[in-house]
Design a protein around this ligand. Structure first.
Ligand SMILES: [Zn+2]
Length: 277
């Protein structure tokens, strides 16, 4: 999956540090596209200008520090262009795609919290932890992560496959965000009922995945349909929701998403197996 970048190692411990010569900088335009070069499926981010005061530390991959540029707009260096995450996802793989998704999540958070929600004064970066502090009232804001579920519903050895009305146009699974006051298992049951009109049982956790594109943390679950109610598709969200046998499921070639991995696991008859860590 996108976060499986081994043998490279991701370090997200917060550090209040300045850039070094070999670090890289991630710069987003107002629409969330990231500045990089792409050659033969390899992504490269611009090298950092030393002691750039407009850069905030995000994370490291191996020994390379990734910094977010928060200053005024600058001219893009030759050979670099702004690419949307979807473009990066479909044309490349490797640690840089995960870096772009994760940096996007943090960029979105910094952008959404430029001013205090209590007194509207400017926010500034804390020096001890990943937090923003109001310059006037001291209110602190921490990064926001939205929990969401991906659900593989099984019935008679077939998997419930959806297609969205808009956006992602390939085979997908039931998915949705957790609402306040419910457990993830309750999210699973509610989302399946809302999107497909059926009840589920034997809900079991599979794996999780950070997915910066929607600033979410995805939790994958498998379960079975409870009863024989017919599927009622929520056509405000879905174009279709049908049970498919293993050979009918269409996978993506790049194994980046939890959805694709769960469909793969089902196709290969491993959906009932426990994952050991
Ligand atoms: Zn304030």
């Amino acid at each position: 999956m996108i976060q499986d970048i081994g043998p490279s190692v991701f370090h997200n411990e917060y550090r209040h540090i300045r850039p070094r010569k070999d670090d890289v900088i991630l710069m987003f335009d107002s629409g969330g596209a990231v500045l990089c070069s792409m050659s033969c499926g390899r992504i490269a981010f611009p090298d950092i200008r030393e002691n750039d005061d407009d850069a905030v530390y995000l994370f490291s991959i191996d020994n390379t520090g990734y910094f977010l540029y928060r200053g005024p707009a600058v001219q893009k260096p030759e050979g670099y262009n702004f690419y949307r995450l979807r473009e990066l996802r479909s044309s490349s793989s490797g640690p840089e795609v995960f870096a772009a998704f994760t940096a996007y999540h943090l960029w979105r958070w910094y952008e959404d919290n430029r001013f205090c929600g209590s007194c509207a004064s400017p926010m500034t970066e804390d020096t001890k932890e990943r937090a923003l502090v109001c310059t006037k009232c001291g209110r602190m804001v921490y990064p926001r992560i939205n929990p969401a579920v991906i659900v593989g519903v099984i019935k008679d050895d077939r998997l419930l496959i959806t297609r969205y009305n808009r956006g992602y146009s390939h085979d997908a699974l039931i998915a949705g965000f957790a609402e306040i006051g419910e457990t993830l298992e309750q999210t699973v049951a509610r989302e399946v009922m809302e999107e497909a009109g059926i009840r589920v049982k034997n809900i079991r956790y599979y794996r999780s995945q950070p997915w910066g594109m929607a600033q979410d943390l995805l939790a994958g679950f498998f379960c079975e349909q409870d009863g024989d109610d017919p599927i009622r598709v929520d056509d405000s969200e879905l174009a279709s929701a049908v049970y498919k046998s293993r050979d009918q499921i269409e996978l993506q070639s790049a194994q980046l998403s939890l959805t694709n991995e769960m469909m793969t696991v089902f196709k290969e008859g491993r959906a009932g197996q426990e994952i050991k860590w």
